[in-house]
Design a protein around this ligand. Structure first.
Ligand SMILES: *[C@@H]1O[C@H](CO)[C@@H](O)[C@H](O)[C@H]1NC(C)=O
Ligand SMILES: *[C@@H]1O[C@H](CO)[C@@H](O)[C@H](O)[C@H]1NC(C)=O
Ligand SMILES: *[C@@H]1O[C@H](CO)[C@@H](O)[C@H](O)[C@H]1NC(C)=O
Ligand SMILES: *[C@@H]1O[C@H](CO)[C@@H](O)[C@H](O)[C@H]1NC(C)=O
Ligand SMILES: *[C@@H]1O[C@H](CO)[C@@H](O)[C@H](O)[C@H]1NC(C)=O
Ligand SMILES: *[C@@H]1O[C@H](CO)[C@@H](O)[C@H](O)[C@H]1NC(C)=O
Ligand SMILES: *[C@@H]1O[C@H](CO)[C@@H](O)[C@H](O)[C@H]1NC(C)=O
Ligand SMILES: *[C@@H]1O[C@H](CO)[C@@H](O)[C@H](O)[C@H]1NC(C)=O
Ligand SMILES: *[C@@H]1O[C@H](CO)[C@@H](O)[C@H](O)[C@H]1NC(C)=O
Ligand SMILES: *[C@@H]1O[C@H](CO)[C@@H](O)[C@H](O)[C@H]1NC(C)=O
Length: 465
């Protein structure tokens, strides 16, 4: 034990005397004002021994704030200590909450405050003789508003009661209100909506309950106010249904060609898509499936007549399933354009002259219905090392008319072009590559005025594939 200085001993003696005097006074003065109570006087006495800096009786901080409070003694060498809210003495000099000893003061250091630190912390003189010599402060810990594990996309089942979950955290706990697509949701006396501690309850969900829900948390306290919100997309689960009605139950292809069979259906959760050929899974290298959120396109390269037949697309999610059969039949390969030349030249467009003779050996249905034209500028052609996969293309159908215009071209630029015929079974062979150049426009003329009738030299056929 440390030596107690004589000065300190005298103060303790005085201290005891005062307590005796006042205790007897309190006994005599029953019913007198409470300023005479022992506790109050004890505080006054300990004040003379200990002071806290800062000295406010309650101190508010947010989680993760840092904070230091000093307990000062009049006696420079008095032995003091801090007790935590559970009454345990804190003597550690390292850690998140620790003690730093200096002459005449004992600092309590919170490196970053946590929720569990809240409560009354007491600094006291470490002597059984002076029980009254202590000072406390109450630490109030606030926590920022947060939404924890709240999912921003949620889905609920149609025809049932459901919850939009919103897990709000905060200290003090905020009030929560709800909005749907920006409109306030009335939860007072509502049979449809009810506000629960971890979300919004919705009775008998229908498609009209889908949308953007805003979970807004707000709090107003004497010392601060704040708010935060999270937006939740609510999807309503339903069984799959087709995007389009059965449009093409019958499709055609030819051996050596390729065809796309598409299957598009909505569903929540998004459905799975499976393709079957004549009731079996599709194997081999001659196919590819392009998956999208709400569809799957089967691309087939027809190498063998056994690839014709029935293609079934199965669409399923946990709420239901759909299926559709596309019959893939043998069609005729169209013959390519026999005439492919420039009809009219503009500064930013070409009008093409394309002709293909009628095929007499096939049905009317297999006659060509239009053209596909692929093109790229000579610089793009060089840049892509002559790879036609990088070309732009434009599709023409006769039902839109028999003018074939390639618009939006650069002026005074050379283009490479090729064309193919289209019928229900696919594309013909590509034509030879032709080279055409757009007109250079004299600067003094407005653009739209600037076109030339085709000059025969430009439309030279070019054999380059
Ligand atoms: C407190 O800080 C820690 C680490 O710096 C961080 O992981 C945590 O999210 C913070 N908490 C709050 C409520 O800000
Ligand atoms: C801290 O002490 C004050 C005053 O004695 C009291 O009102 C309060 O309830 C205490 N707080 C806790 C968390 O014990
Ligand atoms: C809710 O219902 C109670 C009792 O039926 C009624 O007194 C109150 O006015 C209603 N409040 C609203 C906002 O409709
Ligand atoms: C749920 O709503 C549907 C459509 O509004 C209605 O037909 C059905 O009876 C409702 N079910 C319940 C249990 O209220
Ligand atoms: C599909 O056809 C049915 C009946 O013919 C019709 O009621 C429905 O609106 C159609 N749906 C679409 C997406 O075209
Ligand atoms: C099939 O679809 C793919 C991917 O969308 C496309 O690149 C290809 O040109 C299509 N084929 C036909 C013959 O339409
Ligand atoms: C087509 O495929 C079948 C089965 O894979 C095979 O037996 C047949 O020889 C193929 N025909 C041709 C022409 O490749
Ligand atoms: C039809 O005739 C064209 C030539 O005019 C030929 O290339 C093609 O193979 C024939 N098609 C069929 C299905 O016989
Ligand atoms: C042409 O480009 C496409 C797409 O970038 C690529 O897949 C293909 O292999 C290329 N073809 C050649 C012959 O380089
Ligand atoms: C067209 O381009 C060539 C070379 O790029 C240039 O020499 C010529 O002046 C241009 N003509 C017009 C009318 O812009």
């Amino acid at each position: 034990m440390e030596m107690i200085s004589s000065e300190y001993c005298i103060m303790l003696l005085i201290n005891f005397k005062w307590i005796h005097v006042i205790q007897s006074a309190a006994v005599l003065a029953v019913g007198q004002p409470e300023s005479y109570s022992t506790g109050g006087v004890g505080d006054i006495l300990s004040q003379s021994l200990l002071t806290l800096t800062p000295s406010t009786p309650s101190i508010t901080h947010f989680v993760n704030d840092s904070f230091i409070i000093f307990c000062k003694t009049v006696q420079k060498d008095a032995d003091t200590k801090w007790r935590d809210p559970r009454g345990l003495a804190r003597e550690n000099t390292k850690g998140r909450v620790h003690i730093e000893k200096k002459t005449g003061s004992l600092a309590l250091v919170f490196e970053h405050i946590s929720l569990e630190d809240k409560g009354n912390w007491t600094c006291e003189v470490d002597s059984a003789a002076v029980r009254e010599a202590k000072r406390s402060f109450e630490l109030l810990v606030n926590q920022k508003i947060s939404f924890g594990k709240t999912e921003q996309v949620q889905s609920v089942r149609e025809g049932r009661d459901a919850m939009v979950n919103c897990f709000v955290k905060g200290q003090p706990m905020p009030e929560v209100s709800w909005m749907l697509n920006g409109e306030h949701i009335n939860t007072v006396n509502s049979t449809k909506h009810r506000r629960l501690s971890d979300g919004l309850f919705i009775r008998n969900v229908t498609q009209s309950d889908a949308g953007e829900y805003t979970c807004r948390a707000m709090r107003i306290t004497p010392t601060f106010s704040d708010s935060d919100q999270i937006t939740i997309l609510l999807r309503i689960q339903h069984k799959p249904h087709w995007f389009y009605n059965e449009t093409l139950p019958l499709q055609y292809a030819y051996v050596g060609g390729s065809v796309n069979l598409s299957c598009d259906a909505m569903g929540e959760p998004p459905p799975s898509f499976t393709w079957l050929h004549n009731g079996k899974g599709i194997v081999g290298f001659n196919h590819r499936v392009f998956m999208a959120d709400y569809g799957a396109t089967l691309q087939l390269h027809i190498r063998n007549a056994t690839q014709f037949g029935d293609y079934k697309c199965k669409v399923a999610n946990p709420l239901g399933m759909l299926e559709r059969v596309i019959k893939l039949r043998v069609g005729a390969k169209p013959i390519g354009p026999t005439r492919f030349q420039l009809k009219r030249l503009y500064s930013d467009a070409f009008e093409l002259d394309l002709r293909t003779p009628r095929m007499f050996n096939v049905s009317d249905e297999m006659q060509i219905f239009g053209y596909r034209v692929a093109y790229m500028s000579d610089t793009d052609f060089k840049y892509s090392a002559g790879n036609w996969s990088h070309a732009k293309q434009r599709d023409f159908s006769f039902h839109r008319g028999h003018r074939f215009i390639i618009p939006h071209l650069e002026g005074n630029t050379t283009y490479l072009m090729r064309a193919a015929s289209r019928n229900l079974a696919g594309l013909s062979e590509w034509s030879n590559v032709k080279i055409f150049a757009t007109a250079g426009c004299p600067s003094w003329k407005p653009h739209s005025w600037c076109f030339h009738i085709l000059m025969p030299i430009i439309g030279l056929a070019f054999i380059w594939r």
